[in-house]
Design a protein around this ligand. Structure first.
Ligand code: GLU
Length: 510
């Protein structure tokens, strides 16, 4: 590698739908590498396949990156010196290179119609347009030049295909996989320029990586089979010296390790695969994302970083700053990384525990609003959070763990109280309610001593009187330490809930 070359990397998604976590990991590794080397991280939208274009997908990708905190330095949204950053806006730049390849004998015009190709596929089930059959197909390799000219001039629909060499070894050194080589005879003659004048991915990616001075390409392993085509294009276009270094990232596998993790696996196994909720504009169906499921972006980024990478120590929790510092290509594994949702939740749980109020309160405020709770006092919310924080795996668990701090129980777990309810207990609670109504100071420890002394005096068992108290305050057998709850709810609210609970218990007992 040219040590003086400025590091410029790119994330080049196609705007075709939700952003798979593997895509975000690719973006992240690009970002980390760029930051580590004071380089630039470019977002390029690869939208040359008009048939797969989905409105809204580009904005969605930008929002995902923003949510993860991996903002590009150059992008369609923010511009930069190498724009435009959307391939459809660069359309006019590609044809000349395809034509140049034809002129140099490395590509050719193909006039085969869709019907002709379909007939070939019917006749030869494994049909690939390649050196094996190109001499029998409808292209400029076989037509005489005058006829080719005539077809072109009369506007006959055509594509331009690369003319793959026969029996050549194409090789390169992948930064992760080491020396990789391909037999050129096994690669088909990919289309470079389509009949609509748009380049295919193969042509566009090379032309743009060149013009955008990309120094390193980090992309998923599924692109490895395309590498020989790209390398030849770099060479045939006379740009071999500027070719970026390649790094093909290991696949993210299904939890059982059998194949690549797909969106369908997520639907089937009940976990998200997309970074954020994605609403298909045609069907209006919504696919759940990590964000809406209650993941912190810090946790999401951390878990993605560990899919195929580790820093060589036991450490698993990393801030983005630590990742920038520690990231290294040498420690990316070649083997696929199994996705484990339980582990993903563990990361989130740990990150919630590490996060301060400033980070968490905004999420919780909007979660409460989703449940119709508005205008909660900031200090109160912080105190509630302090009590339940360790119990949260997903941010959305907050509602289940803490909703009773914001609204009185709608119903009580009467089945847990009724069988053992008796007049002595009623008397105890009537008395306790009266005591608490005037009690001071209203602190957890003091409330606990008062309560326990009263239990002792009553001669009843502790458990017998603790559970009903909890159920009066929260509705069921859950929640943090009951005196912490009472302390936070405050005197008035605690007393009111005790009265309401007592009434419900007594009614249920009759
Ligand atoms: N447009 C390709 C994709 O959707 C980019 C592949 C590459 O990075 O070369 O992933």
């Amino acid at each position: 590698m040219d040590e003086n070359r400025k590091v410029r990397v790119r994330f080049a998604p196609s705007p075709t739908g939700g952003l798979h976590l593997g895509g975000v990991r690719t973006a992240l590794f690009n970002y980390l590498f760029a930051r580590q080397h004071n380089g630039s991280f470019v977002l390029r939208i690869e939208d040359t396949d008009q048939t797969r274009f989905v409105p809204g997908a580009e904005t969605y990708i930008q929002e995902c990156l923003a949510w993860c905190g991996i903002q590009p330095d150059e992008s369609p949204e923010h511009g930069g010196d190498y724009g435009p950053y959307r391939q459809s806006d660069r359309k006019s730049n590609y044809r000349q290179y395809a034509e140049q390849l034809v002129a140099n004998g490395h590509a050719y015009y193909a006039f085969d119609t869709a019907e002709e190709l379909e007939a070939q596929r019917k006749a030869h089930p494994n049909f690939r347009y390649s050196h094996e059959n190109r001499t029998q197909l409808h292209n400029s390799l076989n037509l005489d030049p005058a006829e080719t000219r005539h077809l072109l001039e009369s506007g006959h629909p055509h594509v331009i295909r690369i003319k793959m060499p026969v029996d050549e070894t194409i090789s390169f050194d992948d930064l992760i996989r080491g020396h990789v080589s391909f037999d050129s005879s096994l690669v088909d003659d990919k289309v470079l320029l389509k009949a609509d004048g748009m380049p295919t991915y193969h042509l566009a990616v090379v032309v743009d990586d060149y013009h955008m001075a990309i120094s390193h390409v980090f992309r998923g392993e599924e692109w490895l089979p395309s590498a020989p085509v790209h390398i030849l294009l770099w060479e045939y276009l006379g740009w071999r010296d500027s070719m970026p270094q390649w790094a093909h990232l290991p696949l993210i596998l299904k939890p059982d390790g059998n194949g690549k993790l797909s969106k369908r696996d997520g639907d089937r196994l009940g976990f998200p695969v997309y970074a954020m909720n994605w609403k298909d504009p045609k069907t209006e169906t919504v696919t759940k994302g990590f964000r809406e499921m209650g993941f912190l972006p810090e946790a999401f980024v951390n878990l993605l970083a560990t899919l195929g990478w580790n820093d060589g120590s036991e450490q698993e929790l990393f801030t983005i700053a630590e990742l920038i510092e520690r990231f290294s290509l040498e420690r990316i594994s070649k083997a696929g990384a199994k996705f484990d949702f339980e582990k993903a939740k563990w990361f989130n749980h740990e990150w919630i525990k590490r996060s301060d109020d400033r980070t968490l309160v905004p999420y919780l405020t909007s979660l409460l609003a989703d449940h119709g709770v508005y205008g909660v006092d900031r200090q109160y919310l912080s105190s509630v959070l302090e009590l339940v924080k360790d119990r949260l795996t997903l941010l959305t668990d907050f509602w289940e763990q803490a909703s009773f701090f914001f609204k009185r129980p709608d119903n009580y777990d009467l089945a847990a109280v009724r069988p053992r309810w008796n007049p002595e207990k009623t008397a105890f609670f009537v008395d306790m309610t009266a005591k608490l109504a005037n009690f001071d100071p209203w602190h957890s420890a003091e409330l606990e001593s008062l309560y326990k002394l009263a239990i002792q005096a009553s001669g009843m068992k502790v458990g017998e009187l603790m559970l009903p108290f909890r159920i009066m305050l929260v509705g069921g057998k859950f929640g943090p330490h009951v005196f912490d709850i009472a302390a936070l709810l405050g005197r008035e609210e605690t007393v009111a809930r005790m009265k309401a609970g007592l009434q419900a218990f007594n009614q249920a007992a009759h």
